[in-house]
Design a protein around this ligand. Structure first.
Ligand code: SF4
Length: 641
């Protein structure tokens, strides 16, 4: 069959670092699943970390699976072959748990499809004790309600510790109650684990179309499910054996996580909010993970990953050490995927000048200083221009600028400000090269749970398209400027999922049953499928997406906690509307967002000293003053968080 499908290497496993674990009746078998293609899913660090942690346990095994592309799916269904693992090609239905990583809303129908392909009823209520438990983790699970009817359990926060507790509970159940056909006892026991949410044990209440909240229906289920936070990243130096694929994948290089969490406080950024507090990996451990990883994998490129890598204390020394450590061996390329625009200067551009000339990406996110104050991305135009100047002066010909549109309080002046920034960047480029190129990439803003913008009414498709058209018109005669944009129709569906409640589950099932898979792929996305399904189930897309929420409204994720105080988020939302910035709390007194205080954890930084001239400001000046890192042969194709 593999000869009849595109990219058969997606399904054969056998990568460097792949494991062929030995299954046994006393071991809990996890199938770690990514609901998108192999190329997107394989590099996922969360799954790779759990893959290793679980396979090190004497009472567990873990394998992997990814969404089969629809050509293989057709063959599997035609020949009645179920979903399988790529490691030992074992049937998915043979595993005790199938654990999904959820990173994007448009993959939700793929999850249903994979569960169905595994031969498991898509609705948790229809499953028997001999079916695998269907679990999910990842950033999207901070509002799991659209998937509540399909998931047996949801894990909030860091997975490193909680997978062990889940394994023990499932192991005990497997040894005893499962044989008696009892599924309820394991769900009750799982609900008692901190960080685990069992949707079937919470009941939603409505008054007409007004959602009144979710309440637990058994004593084991807590009224508020708190996320899990590992206190010390140093205790988890994973992945130790990063997978090395046999075919092209995204982020095809060694990835070493240098810290988790972010305190910059960009108000649109869910990842920054829900992963607080900051926990840095000790520099010595990073150095040894890089050295071991490069040796084991054969990669000559390492990416130091985090949400804002320039903020890692001692980054210059760390990178210098990594580059120096290769001695007379082949040169190492160091990628810093999340540098901020205000950290990119002449020095780093000079260091980077021998790197690949694929282009550099900066993410100012908004076109005017006013708008950047609203979103708390306090990057000044001078910072952007000097970064662009440094890039063009050092031989780059292409620069990509990433923006969001549809942000709260956004006016046409803000949209035209994007064109103005692009024009000025091209002018800067002309001083250095005959044909500079600036690509403006625009994504529609989707408000996310547990951010200050969670109360904001998203822009309509028409409004987003009008702004994109305005920008296209304004840049039409700008030679060298290209505008690319994310389809506003996809933004609408993402918005419905992002803040939808449990009723959206019916829509998901209808779209999936009508063939709506791989909706995150342009060629497969089908808005009428979604709108028809919403209408059939009596749900109004406007109500879910375009409506501003009030302070009093109960939100579908209010029974979950990312550690952040709701009144902090509300105050930050009011500050946003008043165009007031909020400084980085790493270097300022704590303003009690809840992320540290609620968990008795403080930011763990490798060096407690802020960078010289660092971002200790008032929220008006966040130029980091960070000295460029010394790189021998680095690449940095995305230069701003
Ligand atoms: S609790 Fe305080 S120190 Fe911790 S992230 Fe929130 S504001 Fe910053």
């Amino acid at each position: 069959m593999l000869a009849r499908v595109s990219k058969p290497a997606r399904y054969i496993g056998m990568e460097g670092g792949a494991q062929r674990p030995e299954h046994a009746p006393h071991k809990v078998a996890w199938l770690l699943a990514y609901p998108d293609t192999y190329e997107i899913g394989l590099p996922n660090q969360g799954l790779q970390i759990l893959y290793e942690i679980l396979n090190e346990r004497p009472d567990a095994v873990a394998e992997r699976t990814y969404a089969p592309w629809y050509d293989l799916e057709e063959l599997l269904r035609e020949h009645e072959i179920g979903l399988f693992s790529v490691d030992t090609h074992r049937a998915a239905s043979d595993f005790d748990l199938i654990g999904f990583n959820l990173s994007a809303e448009l993959t939700y129908t793929n999850l249903l499809n994979m569960v169905d392909l595994a031969g498991v009823p898509v609705r948790s209520a229809d499953r028997r004790a001999d079916h695998p438990l269907i679990a999910a983790g990842g950033h999207c699970t901070y509002n799991p309600e659209p998937l509540a009817d399909f998931l047996d359990l949801v894990v909030l926060g860091d997975g490193e510790e909680v997978v062990a507790e889940i394994t023990e509970v499932v192991g005990e159940w497997k040894a005893d109650a499962r044989r008696r056909g009892d599924r309820t006892s394991v769900l009750h026991a799982l609900a008692g684990i901190s960080g685990v949410y069992v949707p079937s044990l919470h009941r939603p209440r409505y008054d007409g179309s007004t959602f009144l909240g979710l309440e637990p229906i058994v004593a084991q289920a807590p009224a508020l499910v708190e996320k899990r936070t590992i206190a010390d990243l140093a205790e988890f130096p994973y992945p130790r054996n990063q997978l090395v694929p046999l075919t092209e994948v995204v982020h095809d290089r060694l990835n070493v996580e240098v810290f988790r969490g972010c305190t910059r406080g960009c108000r649109f950024c869910q990842a920054g909010m829900i992963t607080r507090p900051v926990r840095e990996r000790p520099a010595e451990q990073v150095r040894s993970m890089v050295a071991d990883g490069l040796r084991r994998t054969g990669y000559d490129e390492v990416s130091l990953t985090s949400l804002s890598t320039a903020d890692y204390s001692g980054i210059e020394q760390l990178v210098a050490d990594i580059v120096d450590a290769d001695g007379d061996g082949p040169s190492i390329t160091v990628a810093l995927p999340s540098l901020r625009v205000d950290a990119f200067g002449v020095g780093i551009a000079t260091q980077l000048q021998h790197a690949r000339r694929a282009g550099l990406t900066f993410a100012p996110e908004a076109g005017t200083w006013r708008m950047r104050q609203v979103i708390n991305k306090l990057i000044r135009e001078e910072d952007l221009y000097s970064a662009v100047e440094a890039a063009f002066a050092n031989g780059w010909r292409r620069v990509k600028l990433y923006f969001l549109t549809g942000l709260p309080t956004e006016t046409d002046e803000d949209t035209l400000g994007i064109a103005e920034l692009a024009r000025n960047c091209i002018e800067i480029g002309r001083a250095h090269t005959r044909a500079p190129s600036v690509t403006v990439s625009v994504g529609g803003f989707v408000p996310k749970p547990f951010t200050p913008f969670q109360w904001f009414g998203q822009n309509t498709v028409e409004e987003l398209q009008r702004k994109i058209n305005l920008l296209r018109d304004a840049t039409r005669r700008m030679h060298g400027v290209q505008v690319k944009w994310h389809d506003p129709k996809a933004t609408l569906v993402e918005g419905i999922m992002s803040r939808g409640d449990r009723r959206i589950g019916d829509v998901l099932e209808t779209v999936w049953r009508r063939g709506g898979t791989f909706q995150e792929w342009n060629e497969r996305f089908d808005l009428p499928l979604w709108l028809d399904a919403m209408a059939e189930h009596g749900l109004d897309p406007d109500w879910f997406t375009h409506r501003h929420r009030t302070a009093e409204e109960v939100l579908p994720w209010d029974h979950l906690s990312a550690g952040l105080h709701k009144d902090f988020l509300w105050q930050d939302w009011r500050d946003a509307l008043a165009e007031v910035g909020l400084p980085d709390c790493r270097w300022t007194p704590c303003y009690d967002c809840g992320a540290c205080t609620g968990y008795s954890i403080e930011h763990i930084v490798a060096s407690a000293t802020p960078p010289a001239g660092g971002s200790q400001g008032t929220g008006q000046d966040l130029g980091s003053g960070w000295t460029p890192v010394q790189l021998r042969r680095p690449t940095s194709d995305v230069v701003s968080a």
